[in-house]
Design a protein around this ligand. Sequence first.
Ligand code: BEZ
Length: 255
Amino acid sequence: MSDPSEQQWHPESYAARGRFVSDLGAPVLTLLDPRPGERVLDLGCGDGALTEQLVALGARVIGVDACAAMVAGARARGLEAQVLDGQALAFEAAFEAVFSNAALHWMLQSERVIAGVHRALVPGGRFVAELGGQGNVAAIHGTLERALDVRGLAAPHDTFFPTPEHYASLLVAGGFNVESIALIPRPTPLPGDVGDWITTFAHGFLAPLPPKERPTFVAEVVEALRPQLLGADGLWRADYVRLRFRAIRRETPTP
Ligand code: BEZ
């Protein structure tokens, strides 16, 4: 659930402002359909909230995440978890399934991720995941980008939100048969305002600014987003678009 620049993730603030991410994980868990005793790798496990649910369903789960603080949070739940970059997985035929929720969009080297997942799975094993897809948080990121641009600053390129066609082609080239892949627009109610979302999830857009300028910057972006993202019911909604897929490992990495 978290990117490799681990200093920016704090389990306590994530729990307060980002818990909705794992709370909304039911559809991808259903798509995984874990069976008792099965070995599952949770790729980008964050603080282990969904890993814990997989364990409760009877799976034998190892969680990996690039962020040491998040892995510590997962271990505090009694889970088996390792600090590991998802772009450099070194497991060999160790799992019947690899699961991932809201993490793959931080791993820009998709071919390396897919190759590592392919190696980690037994033949016939499944790779089931959800990530941000094409158009994900386009209003939020676009507004942040423009607010940086008027200050002469460049936006980061630290996430990627692929189309189903693009990600499916990567999976096929990496040795998977794609059973299903779809974009799912999901405007997502936030626990606070979009400013909280930005400070929790958009560190890369704040990094170019001196710390003392960040609150003003965030307030400006919140005001610009108000007409689009604040509902008549008083809830802020992030313009999430999920890409959810289920793919099966072929014997060999090439079609
Ligand atoms: C997402 O889960 O879609 C997301 C998380 C952080 C930054 C951007 C998108």
